[in-house]
Ligand binder design. Structure first.
Ligand code: ATP
Ligand code: MG
Length: 201
């Protein structure tokens, strides 16, 4: 076996996130703590009212979502990840999904898979869990790129899955004002995803 510390199999890297394939079944997510500033097309700051994603928060949200159903990847464990320059970061180890192109299946199969996906989202909502990032916000550098916008929904051979709990939240059941506000946006985002998913022949 190759030494994964020396030769990490990086499957995704951005300013904020490093995704490492640990095996066929396991993947590690490392998040760097650069504060995110969302800006609109005129470079004005946009406040999405959401906390910064951290590995601890991602782990906590995945564990909560795992109790509801199998929509999100199974949380496995927390580990430490050392970068080549010696920085040590927390790494969330989770189930690695098999990723197919989003429009891989024929329309009737997709319709079935979309139905199951929406049922599982509803189960999450019924547990006061909202993902909050089903449709990633478009900005000047990726405006109109739907593949990028919906990249948190993954087509696997058996069903649609949802990744990236970075902005997910569990809302307190005794004060649902925030929940109601975010619920509407989540519902619209999942409807927009459904349109995109069923778009192509
Ligand atoms: N469990 C997983 N199984 C398979 N692929 C994954 C998994 N988690 C993440 N990926 C891949 O890594 C990419 C980035 O992951 P993720 O969405 O969790 O990071 P992110 O925090 O949104 O990063 P950024 O904001 O920089 O895009 C995904 O689009 C997907 O291609
Ligand atoms: Mg993402």
């Amino acid at each position: 076996m190759s030494d994964s510390t020396t030769y990490p199999h990086i499957i995704y890297e951005s300013r904020l996130t490093l995704i490492i394939a640990l095996s066929d079944a396991e993947l590690g997510k490392v998040m760097f703590s650069n504060p995110i500033r969302w800006v609109d097309s005129d470079n004005n700051p946009v406040d999405l009212g959401l906390e910064q994603p951290t590995a601890q928060k991602e782990a906590k949200m995945l564990r909560y979502a795992n109790e509801i159903n199998d929509l999100m990847p199974r949380f496995i464990e927390m580990r430490q990840w050392t970068t080549p320059n010696g920085e040590v970061h927390d790494m969330v180890v989770m189930e690695r999904l098999e990723v197919l192109p989003i429009h891989h299946f024929d329309k009737s199969t997709r319709l079935q898979m979309l139905k199951v996906f929406n049922e599982k989202l509803e189960e999450q909502r019924n547990s006061f869990f909202l993902h909050n990032d089903i449709k990633r916000p478009t900005m000047y550098f990726n405006r109109g790129d739907k593949e990028w916008m919906y990249s948190n929904v993954i087509q696997t051979p058996s069903q649609l899955r949802l990744i990236d709990a970075g902005f997910a939240r569990v809302y307190p059941y005794n004060d649902l004002s925030d929940f109601r506000m975010s619920l509407r946006r989540n519902l619209l985002e999942s409807m927009d995803f459904g349109d995109y998913y069923m778009e192509e022949e």
